[in-house]
Design a protein around this ligand. Structure first.
Ligand SMILES: [Zn+2]
Length: 163
């Protein structure tokens, strides 16, 4: 049992360097929805980051992690692409940010008030692996969106199908 939701506790979101935490309740709600969809524990590898820690890990200057809006997550038994697809099923993530890091084995999710997608898509473009839904297509990287400043490795960024 968690102390923030059924499965999540505050300590999972705390900054890894200092234990401080800002936690947007919408993030907890969305992660709980994802956890229920997955039917498996969602491990948070990075939640809130204080400015010092964010710099230390090379996070984006205006990272959503600094606001308590973001988490980097792993679910055992799911590939990052599968987890990315599942995150698209959660409304707050679908309308927020999702980043794909297949070679690092995790995805980033956040509950910002705008849609943002980015990722390393080498050969693992979700749309090419049976995504089905157009909204599942990661859009081109804009440096401000990329939490780790990683450039889009594939795909054309031309189409915007959010409407
Ligand atoms: Zn810290």
């Amino acid at each position: 049992m968690g102390n923030l939701s059924k499965n999540f506790s505050r300590h999972e979101f705390e900054c890894r360097c200092c234990g401080r935490a800002e936690i947007n309740p919408r993030l907890v709600d969305a992660l709980q929805q994802l956890r229920d969809l997955a039917g498996q524990p969602v491990r948070i590898s990075s939640g809130y980051r204080c400015p010092e820690h964010n710099r230390a890990v090379g996070g984006a200057t205006r990272s959503q992690h600094l606001l308590g809006n973001a988490a980097d997550i792993v679910v055992r038994g799911l590939t990052p692409v599968e987890l990315y697809r599942l995150a698209e099923e959660v409304e707050a993530f679908r309308n927020g940010g999702i980043g794909l890091y297949p070679d690092k084995g995790f995805i980033h999710v956040d509950v910002r008030d705008a849609r943002a997608r980015w990722g390393q898509l080498d050969g693992t473009n979700p749309q090419d692996s049976g995504f089905g839904r157009p909204s599942g297509r990661p859009e081109g990287v804009r440096a401000r969106d990329g939490e780790h400043q990683i450039r889009n490795a594939g795909g054309s960024a031309g189409k915007n199908r959010r409407k």
